[in-house]
Design a protein around this ligand. Structure first.
Ligand SMILES: [Zn+2]
Ligand SMILES: [Zn+2]
Length: 866
């Protein structure tokens, strides 16, 4: 199969059926493909998620849509920078900017070539004519235009604001990019004084080095211990800063002593309280993670050292009451895992926080699959504490198109006709500061990469590039993405689409789950549970991998299972074999007047399966669709229909049905298993159809409705299956004749069996097949076996008497007596029940003893005297 897969990869490239057709009248189905991040190898989650998108794209093409499915890559930001730093063995800031950016681009170019090949290996056929990468000037131009537009709408501001700051990477970090880890730390109990009374006030903190930036002491309003202190003032040890003691609902009375210090800015709670209580701001930590001049004896020390130093100092002065070990959650940088600090820096912001309700209203216009994922967006939006920090102090990203006056700080934004523009290289739109005539300096800041990726639907739809195309393409049909980036990519995309167009970005959003290691844990190199999708493809082929992907449920995390891949391999083989058979023995002809019951039975089942599969595909349940198709294909078509008609090849009805169902089910598998379906099509059906590729065919929507035959056919199928099982039990091959079989039924089932007797006899090579009315089947009770488990408890000591009674009578009569509920044993009346015995029956027809088996609405009898 592997050589065949490679051949089709080459052929498909020539056909180009994945291309979006600008001249087409067909309805458009557009996918806002997640631009694949250009930083390395494809992992199994990517392979699975892109396969899902490809399945949808192929399905929609077959449904007659003009599908917009762009090949695209995300090429901005820190992950690439970090890898390039590692490659160069140098920190970014030690390399000239232009040179570093060039290295990043080269790195991405190489990765993109590799990743294109990986997509090809998987059979993921994205449209190269719609290609984009987010670091290209044509893309960054749109990012900059979107910023200028946001600026004009008053949605951008420059603010002194606490931001999450990674001292190692030297950049602001979005909330969504934080990673938390548990760490042991020390809770330090320090002695404060109450200014008004002179009494001691003990306060515990994990960040004693921030004493220098204390703004307030907070206690819970209902904490009895501190009621009297609210409104008074606390004097901080060592720095002697005097701050007010205030009541604050957010304080946890069980933490430390229940009195806490609020600084600028120890953690997020501090930030919230500083703004809520309109406290002052003391810059205690600088961009390199060192204590500032404000911190007196700690000035210049890195944070961790300062913490130790202040503890020593407190100890020395007798102000340290006790130390306690505790575990707490530390926010760290998602790239380098350094603990982040809150620092005050000037940054650019999008005003997003106040638009929460509008975002949620727009989110309601989008169909979410699965529906419950929308809740995650709601929770996120409702938990937001501040606006979106859009600036980063890095190199490899889209430059912020602004110039700043060196004298008065006035900001000049690029004109709309300027982008793509690099303010470090290109002149500002005006020569001097319009306010003071000072010199303008180009900004060296860049955008958070979500600023680029949050406009993918706008870029895709030619926003600000071609109004006519934009009208046609926006909103897009679908976004598929994983659940971990709902709070970033989904949220940012919706809000920017709202600001820039007033509309929802897509009609549907599908949230995909994670793929876990085979052991059910996240894949981690150190746990040895990483599965490389390319190795899976190397061993099994792309289709079996895609089969695994198609069996994962959207929104749910799924452990990778080799078992499913193996099952996929078997399905691929079976599809090939069944197509070979169906293709060679079929014809693309009009439906003949006469169809046999099993023909109608399979056509009916095929129609029902396709209806169900279609409904599942339309609600993005590729897993359910695959199950329906597989069940029909194995359980109805391949195992039963094909086997049953081998004796009547060449008949028109057989040829018609084999073609209709054989070619139909092959098409239905095509979006999932593009290689084997193409290969089988080219070998066995193309001569009858003429299309260049199965992927140009339409999705089957058969409408054969034969409910009566569906029911009767089920019994015929069961009869054949029963005979096959009997042969297997006797060790006979399916081709070996079986001498005599009797089938019993009633009414229309009997009539149907009679009419199709030659089908049954032919399919199973029955020497002599009798079809008889059920009433002709004779039953005799030959013995009653005592059932001790129920006898014991009912009869206690009379068990042996009961068994004797059983043996002495005629079994049929004894059973009647048992059914009456009472018998007399040894002169005693006892209660009895049918369940006290096991009935042994003998069946016969006209005196010929039979072994019987139930088969649908019929009974199959095999003579036991041979
Ligand atoms: Zn970092
Ligand atoms: Zn100025």
């Amino acid at each position: 199969m592997k050589e065949a897969e490679e051949r089709w990869r080459r052929e498909w490239r020539k056909i180009g059926y994945e291309r979006f057709d600008w001249g087409s009248e067909k309805p458009i189905y557009s996918i806002d493909v997640p631009p694949r991040y250009a930083s390395g190898r494809l992992h199994i989650g990517h392979a699975t998620h892109y396969t899902h998108q490809d399945i949808i794209a192929r399905y929609k093409r077959m449904r007659g849509y003009n599908v917009f499915f762009p090949l695209c890559f995300d090429v901005n930001g820190m992950p690439i920078e970090v890898q390039v730093e590692r490659k160069l063995g140098k920190k970014m800031r030690d390399v000239p900017r232009e040179e570093f950016v060039e290295e990043c681009r080269k790195f991405a170019d190489e990765k993109i070539e590799i990743m294109k090949r990986q997509f090809e290996l998987l059979g993921i056929w994205m449209d190269e004519t719609l290609y984009y990468r987010t670091d290209a000037e044509y893309y960054r131009r749109i990012t900059q235009l979107s910023f200028i537009e946001m600026w004009k709408k008053g949605l951008v501001y420059r603010g002194e604001f606490p931001v999450n700051w990674c001292p190692r990477c030297g950049t602001a970090i979005a909330d969504a990019e934080l990673e938390y880890r548990e760490e042991e730390t020390e809770l330090v109990y320090m002695k404060f004084k109450v200014q008004e009374t002179g009494e001691d006030l003990i306060i515990a903190s994990t960040r004693p080095e921030l004493l220098c930036a204390i703004q307030m002491v907070a206690v819970h309003p209902e904490d009895e211990r501190y009621r009297g202190l609210i409104g008074k003032h606390a004097v901080a040890p060592i720095f002697n800063r005097v701050v007010e003691i205030r009541a604050e609902e957010g304080v946890d009375p069980s933490f430390g002593t229940g009195a806490v210090m609020v600084c600028t800015f120890g953690d997020k709670d501090d930030v919230r309280m500083v703004f809520k209580h309109k406290l002052g701001i003391t810059r205690a930590i600088d961009r390199d993670g060192r204590m500032t001049e404000e911190c007196g004896l700690l000035a210049g020390l890195p944070v961790e050292e300062a913490r130790e130093r202040i503890k020593e100092e407190l100890q020395r002065r007798g102000l340290l009451v006790k130390r306690e070990k505790m575990v707490h959650n530390v926010a760290t940088c998602w790239r380098c895992h350094t603990p982040v600090e809150f620092i005050v820096t000037p940054q650019w912001f999008f005003k997003t926080r106040e638009f929460g309700q509008e975002v949620l209203r727009l989110a309601d216009e989008i169909r979410w699959f699965p529906e419950h994922m929308k809740k995650r967006l709601r929770q996120w939006v409702e938990s937001l504490d501040w606006d979106w920090v859009i600036s980063r102090q890095r190199y490899f990203a889209t430059p912020i198109p602004v110039w700043i006056c060196e004298d008065c700080g006035y900001v000049v934004v690029a004109r709309e006709d300027q982008p793509y523009v690099d303010p470090l290289r290109d002149p500002p739109p005006v020569e001097r500061c319009p306010r003071c005539g000072g010199r303008l300096r180009g900004s060296d800041e860049v955008f958070d990469t979500w600023v680029d990726s949050s406009i993918t639907p706008l870029y895709n739809s030619f926003w600000r590039r071609d109004e006519e195309k934009f009208e046609k393409l926006f909103p897009m049909s679908l976004r598929i993405q994983s659940h971990d980036i709902i709070r970033t990519w989904a949220y940012y995309t919706i809000i920017r689409s709202m600001f820039l167009t007033g509309k929802r970005p897509w009609n549907d959003i599908v949230i995909d789950g994670f793929i876990l290691g085979p052991d059910g844990r996240p894949m981690h190199a150190s746990w040895g549970n990483v599965v490389d999708p390319l190795e899976v493809i190397e061993e099994f082929g792309a289709d079996p991998f895609r089969y695994f992907a198609s069996k994962t449920t959207p929104g749910e995390d799924t452990a990778f299972r080799y078992k499913e891949v193996v099952r996929g391999s078997r399905l691929v083989q079976k599809i090939w074999n069944a197509s070979l058979f169906a293709g060679r023995n079929s014809d693309n002809i009009e439906m003949p007047k006469r169809l046999r019951i099993l023909d109608k039975w399979v056509l009916h089942a095929y129609s029902r399966a396709m209806r169900e599969a279609t409904a599942h595909m339309d609600s993005y349940r590729w897993d359910r669709a695959m199950k329906v198709l597989e069940d029909f294909f194995w359980g109805v078509f391949a195992d039963h229909y094909i086997e049953a008609v081998k004796h009547r090849l060449g008949e028109e009805n057989t040829k018609f049905t084999l073609f209709t169902v054989g070619y139909g089910i092959l098409r239905a598998f095509a979006p999932f298993l593009p290689f084997v379906t193409e290969d089988a099509y080219q070998n066995f059906f193309r001569d009858k159809v003429g299309l260049e590729s199965i992927h140009l065919a339409s999705w089957p929507t058969p409408d054969y409705h034969f409910p009566e035959e569906a029911r009767l056919g089920e019994t015929i199928k069961e009869v054949i299956a029963a005979i096959r099982r009997e042969k297997a039990e006797r060790g006979l091959s399916p081709a070996t004749p079986i001498p005599r079989v009797l089938v019993f039924a009633r009414g229309e089932v009997l009539e149907a069996l009679k009419a199709e007797a030659d089908e049954i006899a032919g399919a199973m090579r029955v020497g002599e097949l009798g079809i008889e009315d059920l009433s002709a089947l004779e039953r005799r009770i030959s013995a009653l076996k005592p059932n001790y488990a129920t006898i014991g408890p009912l009869l206690k000591g009379m068990t042996s008497k009961f068994v004797q009674w059983l043996r002495e009578g005629e079994p049929g009569e004894r059973l009647e007596e048992l059914r009456s509920g009472q018998i007399v044993l040894d002169g005693v009346q006892v209660r009895v029940h049918e369940s006290m015995v096991q009935v042994v029956e003998e069946w016969s027809y006209a005196g010929e003893p039979l072994k019987i088996v139930k088969a649908g609405e019929a009974v199959v009898g095999f003579p036991t005297r041979r």
